[in-house]
Design a protein around this ligand. Structure first.
Ligand code: TYM
Length: 329
């Protein structure tokens, strides 16, 4: 069976963007791939985090993975920080990464700009290398992510190719999987921006655990345009196009089918339909989440996950060390 790997950073409450771009794909693909889904807590600390809040977000993220339908018998679910081999391989790959490559990472530039006053951690700069290690450590065939992570999967491929050329075949070259309608869900108040769990204001961000009525309000208040036609046009109608993407994705239909369904509707009717669909999807997830969050199942699943991930990662790191000439002959 081919392998899949992906992770999410526990840096804030998960958004509808995280669900559509990532988790919904993990759930769908778990039947086709042997899946490794982790909590990227080492990546979380590349920007300042509050210790108590981080602990809470790690647990919430695992509960949400399960509530969304990740099956622990089909997925290895674990915490990145409990597996020291991610950081080990990251160091090795750091020694094979060029500064020029890291300088081109757009996410680094965006995040660094916000941290200018406090100082920019070196970990934020080498973030993509740790991500490459997460992926290459398990010989993943595919990496389902949202569009914002595509550049990081591309550098992963490049690092793997470079390493293979230098030391002989060592790493599998992974493919990215991005859904067409779910690649980049936008902020409802500023549809030129990604819907982001780290946004300062959550007015344009649907949190997966938001109260149902608040989700509906946010969608009803979504910024649109002065036109009244429900037509996909990201350049001229970014707000409506975003809502079309959300609707089409959650209903598993195409953009054309969505336009057809609402060709006689006005913006108010369309927003109501989007609000109903989003809450229909999120309500059962929320109910399940509340059953899981206070149970022991989270620890059991993380124990089971790390037990499976550790030996695989250890074996891969030993293999890599041998290839380079590290350690004792
Ligand atoms: P993170 O935590 O920022 O986001 C988790 C996943 O959600 C996707 N995503 C979105 N997709 C569509 N629309 C949006 N508005 C939206 N916002 C977020 C992201 O693309 C991502 O797939 N670096 C990663 C975590 C990571 C990882 C990995 C992923 C660490 N190591 C190895 C895959 C493989 C991150 O910060 O994701």
């Amino acid at each position: 069976m081919k392998k899949l790997i992906s992770g999410i950073k526990p840096t804030g409450q998960l958004t509808l963007g995280n669900y559509i771009g990532a988790i919904k794909q993990f759930v769908k693909l778990q039947n086709e791939y042997e899946s490794f889904i982790f909590v990227a807590d080492l990546h979380a600390i590349t920007t300042p985090q509050n210790k108590k809040q981080l602990q809470k977000l790690i647990k919430e993220l695992v509960a949400l993975y399960l509530a969304c339908g990740l099956d622990s018998s089909k997925n290895t679910i674990y915490l990145q920080s409990e597996n020291p081999y991610h950081a080990h391989l990251s160091w090795v790959l750091n020694c094979h990464t060029y500064l020029g490559e890291l300088n081109r990472m757009t996410q680094f530039k965006d995040k660094a700009a916000k941290l200018k006053k406090e100082g920019i951690p070196a970990g934020l700069y080498t973030y993509p290398v740790l991500m490459a290690s997460d992926i290459l450590l398990y010989d993943a065939d595919v990496v389902p992510v949202g569009d914002d992570q595509k550049q990081h999967v591309e550098i992963t491929r490049r690092l793997a190719e470079r390493f293979n050329n230098k030391y002989g075949s060592t790493f599998k070259i992974p493919d990215v999987i991005i859904t067409s309608t779910g690649a980049r869900i936008k902020d409802l108040q500023d549809p030129t921006k990604k819907m982001d769990k780290s946004s300062v204001s959550d007015k344009g961000v649907i949190l997966m655990l938001d109260p149902i009525e608040s989700i509906k309000q946010k969608i009803r208040r979504a910024v649109t345009d002065n036109d009244s036609i429900i037509k996909f046009d990201e350049k001229n109608k970014p707000g409506i196009s975003n809502l079309i993407n959300i609707y089409a994705n959650l209903k598993d239909i195409s953009i054309k089918e969505t336009e057809e369904e609402f060709k006689k509707a006005n913006y108010g009717d369309f927003k109501e339909a989007v609000a109903n669909l989003v809450t229909e999807v999120l309500k059962p997830i929320q109910d399940k989440y509340h059953q899981i969050i206070n149970s022991n199942i989270i620890d059991d699943i993380l124990n089971q996950g790390i037990e499976k991930a550790l030996p695989l990662a250890k074996a891969k790191c030993e293999y890599v060390s041998k290839k380079i000439g590290l350690g004792r002959p």
